[in-house]
Write a new protein. Structure first.
Length: 162
């Protein structure tokens, strides 16, 4: 059973990395990559908060190592995945996983990104500089994630795999 879960986690990482390469849109001064947020929500619902955070971390790591992401992938992905998983675990409804992703990435991670960017990236920006693009990206991805997760939960294949 653990091997199947690891395989599913690896597939989610692959989908998030590939999706980040091909699916993005302008969000103010930045680009929104909603696939990562959708994967966060789906993983939180299907696999739980720990697996969702691991998937977000590995996705961020692969994106940074391949030059398709920045260091902001870590706080943005991991905080959103954690809150999505915890909210879903607490309330048991997909919409709460989406709310957790939006709060975790859109608000908390965007605020954590300011000192993080200053220390690790040498960038100084205003406190709310990252909030609008993080919110746009997380809201669009969370909505997509809820739609897909609800559909996936209805299939018998998912229950057999996980």
């Amino acid at each position: 059973m653990h091997t199947r879960k690891l395989i599913v986690m690896t597939m989610f990482v692959a989908i998030a990395v590939a999706g980040s390469t091909f699916v993005s849109f302008p969000a103010g001064i930045a680009r929104a990559f909603p696939v990562q947020h959708a994967i966060n929500v789906i993983a939180a619902i299907l696999l739980g908060p720990t697996a969702a955070v691991i998937i977000a971390f590995v996705t961020g790591l692969v994106r940074i190592l391949t030059g398709t992401g920045s260091l902001l992938a870590f706080p943005g992905g991991m905080i959103g995945a954690l809150l999505a998983g915890l909210f879903y675990k607490q309330y048991g409804k997909a919409r709460y996983a989406a709310i957790g992703e939006m709060i975790g990435t859109g608000i908390l991670a965007s605020l954590v990104a300011v000192p993080y960017a200053k220390i690790l990236m040498g960038t100084t920006v205003a406190t709310f500089f990252f909030v609008p693009p993080f919110i746009v990206s997380s809201v669009s991805g969370a909505m997509l994630g809820v739609l897909l997760a609800v559909r996936l939960e209805r299939t018998r294949i998912v229950s057999k795999i996980i």
